[in-house]
Design a protein around this ligand. Structure first.
Ligand code: NAD
Length: 698
């Protein structure tokens, strides 16, 4: 075969396969932009070599074969495609307008009126109403024959089962079934939870739902609909313009998209194209372009059709939101709280209007689900302001290599290796762990990891932790940025001279800060434990730990024992500490980098009173009791009341449950009071609390 011959045959085979995957299986393996690129290459080759044109070429046909699982529906009026203008700029509209005017033979001073609409990215449907009642809904199929999907279409709330007003004897309404982005996100979240395959985009999800055999599955995927045209019509004076016809469909109760305009000439089309481009990201559904239609229906008839498309309409697309590219590497990023996120480094690709070189892979489960590997060809999606994502791998572009099974036999295995999460943090070298039931891996070097540094320092200095007066976020930013502070221990090594190096740091504020730092050296064990920022260890847990262990070394020793189950059970012997919290404490205190910082803090004068564990249990009147405070008390602040309760051996908890012994309620108490009443928890006012505190312990 000569070379254009061979290429034409190759392209037809590929396009037929992609058509089948897209139109018949609702599972395309390449993005539309890739299909469009090959389609245009074929169109150009056929135009340059007219001898190669055949009627069965994909350039001459619409859609795919209807599936035999559905009843066939013959369309009285064929369902066509729309020609696509590939020029993304103003040239696209101008080309169309010039062609229409030429074909209509219009003199240059007359402009054409157009109806400009959105090009919804969904699935074309024909709804047949007889005397106002929905009797059939069919897909486009190959344009001549579609599939009967009435059972699924009836589950779409937006599609009226009966038309409003005086309906024609027969009215076939053509339109697009689509899925809103929020419904799509919710659907994918559900699929992920069930461990099932996620959908690449809302169009595939919608198309798959419409072509379900079981209407219950379709009903679970919330779909929407917009009408944009007509099929067969009997006994109706169709309005003379396309826009008038859409108004009439809306009056029948059919959803018609409000983002449409009647405009004149190429300039009007360009304005519409640009104004929609500016708000494309904010629309609640995906569009892939706009459609221009000659508004006057008599002129439409005059212009007529070519094989697969009307001559009076054109689709003017926007830059694609999905493109193919290759994964050059997979790196991990460490977030401010230690979460480790895998990121694909991509060969640069223009998608959704920007050049993308990185795309999130979310977490290891997603990587496994997609089976994405370094070297793979992948589909990257960037829709709206959402960060770019790898949504699928083009498996048949992954090369295979031979691997020997034994001396005689070899087998084909993928050339690329599966990705493994690193076992240590790429930023600080600390261990990386995955908590039970969590998708994310985390770095355990909370006190030393640069990625987590600012957040950790702010928490350390905060009022309920070390309470370092004057050390707020701006100062933390500055101290970290100039390299004066790397870990919390560095705070206690700051001197007046070093502080003077900082921008806009007056001598007075420097000495105030140093006084604040100095004051914080005397603290309590509970505050210190809380200040460390151990994951899942809040103030109450820190107090529980301090009360139970009395000494920090006792806690460190227990948590970092070689025998993991022994360590976890000691930690879980502390009231209210369960397996998740116990794991977090162990992970943190077993990390040598963290313990080193704790040692440096002590060496720099941070101290607290310590107790023998046996002495620590306070013997107060509220020993073993859990209280919850709500509303405003007449004289005590929340913190004062809490401190009194704790000094009396009680625990101040945040929410009411069956385990709550008393609710202390002040003015404007809300839902906690209702809940306590519901559960029969005794309610105290401030006076009753004080009376209880004054009692001798039992
Ligand atoms: P099309 O989908 O681009 O255009 C025609 C369709 O536009 C109509 O059938 C209708 O459903 C829809 N439409 C949306 N809004 C409309 C409006 N306001 N007025 C009229 N129609 C409106 O063309 P096509 O021939 O149906 O399919 C080609 C498209 O499918 C291309 O975008 C192509 O990339 C994609 N495709 C992709 C693959 C793949 O493998 N990824 C394979 C085949 C086709």
């Amino acid at each position: 075969m000569s070379s254009p011959n061979r290429r034409v045959a190759q392209l037809r085979e590929l396009l037929r396969r992609y058509n089948r995957e897209y139109h018949e299986l609702d599972a395309p393996s390449v993005p539309d932009a890739e299909y469009d690129r090959l389609f245009h290459e074929l169109e150009e080759l056929e135009a340059a070599n007219p001898g190669l044109k055949t009627l069965d070429s994909p350039t001459q046909r619409v859609g795919g074969r209807p599936l035999t699982a559905f009843e066939p529906v013959r369309h009285a009026v064929p369902m066509l495609s729309i020609r696509t203008e590939t020029d993304f700029g103003p040239g696209g509209a101008a080309n169309f307008d010039a062609r229409v005017r030429r074909e209509l033979g219009l003199p240059s001073h007359l402009s054409v009126e157009y109806a400009a609409e959105l090009k919804f990215d969904g699935l074309a449907i024909s709804l047949r109403y007889e005397s106002g009642v929905l009797v059939r809904a069919a897909t486009r199929g190959d344009g001549e024959t579609g599939e009967d999907v009435t059972h699924n279409i009836r589950t779409i709330d937006q599609i009226p089962l009966c038309l409003a007003g005086q309906a024609p004897a027969v009215l076939e309404v053509r339109g697009e079934v689509y899925m809103r982005r929020d419904a799509f996100d919710a659907l994918n979240a559900r699929q992920r939870e069930l461990g099932e395959k996620t959908f690449v985009n809302p169009r595939n999800a919608a198309a798959g739902a419409v072509r379900q055999l079981d209407f219950k599955i379709a009903a679970k995927r919330p779909l929407s609909f917009f009408a944009y045209g007509l099929g067969e019509v009997v006994d109706w004076d169709i309005p003379l313009t396309h826009s008038g016809m859409l108004d009439a469909l809306a009056a029948f109760g059919l959803p018609v998209c409000p983002d449409r305009e009647v405009t004149r000439g190429a300039a009007g089309l360009i304005d519409f194209h640009d104004s929609i481009a500016a708000k494309r990201d904010k629309l609640p559904f995906d569009i892939d372009g706009v459609v221009y239609k000659v508004n006057d229906r008599a002129l439409q008839t005059q212009l007529g059709f070519v094989s697969r498309e009307p001559r009076w309409a054109v689709a003017h697309k926007y830059p694609a939101q999905e493109m193919l590219t290759t994964v050059e590497a997979i790196n991990v990023q460490v977030g401010r709280t230690g979460t480790i996120t895998p990121v694909a480094r991509l060969a640069p690709v223009f998608v959704g209007g920007v050049t993308v070189t990185n795309a999130t892979l979310h977490n290891i489960d997603r990587i496994r689900q997609l089976d994405v590997r370094v070297g793979d060809t992948v589909i990257v999606r960037r829709a709206g302001d959402v960060i770019p994502e790898v949504v699928d791998v083009v498996m048949d572009r992954r090369p295979l290599r031979e691997e020997s099974v034994d001396l005689l036999e070899t087998r084909q295995v993928p050339q690329y290796e599966p990705f493994e999460m690193p076992t240590s943090c790429p930023v600080c070298g600390s261990h990386v762990v995955r908590e039970e039931g969590e998708a994310a891996y985390r770095c355990t070097g909370g006190l030393v990891c640069t990625a987590q540094r600012k957040q950790a320092l702010l928490h350390f200095a905060s009022r309920r932790a070390m309470d370092i007066e004057g050390l707020g976020d701006k100062l933390v930013d500055q101290l970290v940025d100039v390299g004066l502070v790397r870990t919390p221990a560095d705070i206690y090594r700051l001197g007046i001279l070093k502080l003077a190096e900082l921008d806009r740091m007056a001598a007075k504020s420097a000495s105030n800060l140093l006084a604040g730092i100095d004051k914080s050296r005397n603290t309590t064990l509970a505050r210190f434990i809380f200040a460390l920022g151990i994951r899942n260890v809040g103030e109450t847990t820190a107090k529980d730990l301090a009360r139970h262990f009395g000494k920090l070394d006792g806690l460190i020793e227990a948590a970092s024992r070689e025998d993991e189950s022994a360590a976890l059970s000691v930690l879980q012997s502390v009231p209210d500490i369960g397996p998740v919290v116990a794991h977090s404490i162990r992970d943190f205190l077993r990390e040598p980098h963290n313990v080193e910082v704790i040692e440096q803090l002590r060496a720099n004068g941070v101290s607290w009173p310590e107790f023998e564990p046996s002495e620590v249990v306070p013997a107060g009147p509220l020993l073993g009791k859990t209280l919850v405070i709500t509303g405003t008390l007449p004289t005590l602040s929340r913190d004062e009341a809490k401190a009194l309760i704790e000094a009396a051996g009680g625990k101040a908890a945040g929410s009411v449950s069956k385990k709550t012994d008393y609710l202390v309620a002040g003015e404007a108490a809300g839902s906690k009071l209702d809940k306590a009443q519901e559960l029969g928890v005794p309610i105290l006012d401030e006076a009753a609390l004080l009376a209880l505190l004054a009692k001798q312990p039992e």
